[in-house]
Design a protein around this ligand. Structure first.
Ligand code: PRP
Ligand code: URA
Length: 209
């Protein structure tokens, strides 16, 4: 069974609290999303394989470890997932970036796909799917289904705020996918918004409201 991790690090909790605040403006919101993505990526890369290397220091040879060259990809779910890309890239600069465009139909709450462009060698890469919100879980579950259909085998989901319904949906649709989130909230409201959540992540990142 894959991991479901709600980060309890004090820095994560502090930053999420500011993120939630309705008085936090677009500039700070974007910065916090990016910083939280760094912290999530730090945890999600904990199992990267290492190899032994000898490094000549000015004093002696040090027997060290270095990453054994795993190939990675970051796939944001448009739009809001874009806000997390730079943060993950800070830790994994060699990762290729794919994009999946999905929006939730406001009536049915079902995800509607409008774009998909992934690295050609996606089947060889460890994939980080990023999206700040895991609400009903429909968008993440559909995005991961698409990525799997293109051949990817090792996928992790990184999000900021999840509802229990979203975790449940993603777990049952993709039991092999590790989930890392910064907070787990109470429930969804009648419009499929996470309560208490932070509102519409895309609008707050891009200032469209
Ligand atoms: C938001 C969010 C997720 C989705 C989560 O995107 O960024 O992609 O909703 O909801 P779900 O778990 O119920 O599918 P939205 O559809 O608002 O599109 P946007 O990022 O373009 O604003
Ligand atoms: N999408 C958002 O941006 N926020 C929510 O609370 C749910 C879906």
């Amino acid at each position: 069974m894959a991991i479901t991790m709600v980060m309890d690090h004090p820095l994560v909790q502090h930053k999420v609290s500011i993120l939630r605040d309705e008085n936090t403006g677009t500039k700070q919101f974007k910065e916090l999303v990016s910083e939280l993505a760094v912290l999530l990526a730090y945890e999600a890369t904990r199992d990267l394989p290492l190899e032994d290397v000898d490094v000549q220091t000015p004093v002696d040879v040090a027997h060290c470890k270095m990453l054994s060259g795993k190939k990675m990809a970051i796939v944001p779910i448009l739009r809001a997932g874009l806000g997390m890309v730079e943060g993950v890239q800070t830790l994994v600069p060699s990762a290729k970036v794919g994009h999946i465009g999905l929006y939730r139909d406001p009536e049915t709450l079902q995800p509607v796909e409008y774009y998909c462009k992934l690295p050609a060698d996606i089947e060889e890469r460890d994939v980080f799917v990023v999206d700040p919100m895991l609400a009903t879980g429909g968008s993440a579950a559909d995005a991961i289904k698409l990525i799997k259909e293109k051949g990817a085998k090792r996928i992790k989901f990184l999000g900021l705020i999840a509802a229990p319904e979203g975790i449940e949906k993603l777990r049952s649709a993709h039991p092999d996918v590790d989930i890392y989130v910064a907070a787990l909230d109470s429930h969804l409201n009648d419009h499929g918004y996470i309560v208490p959540g932070l509102g519409d992540a895309g609008d707050r990142i891009f200032g469209t409201k």
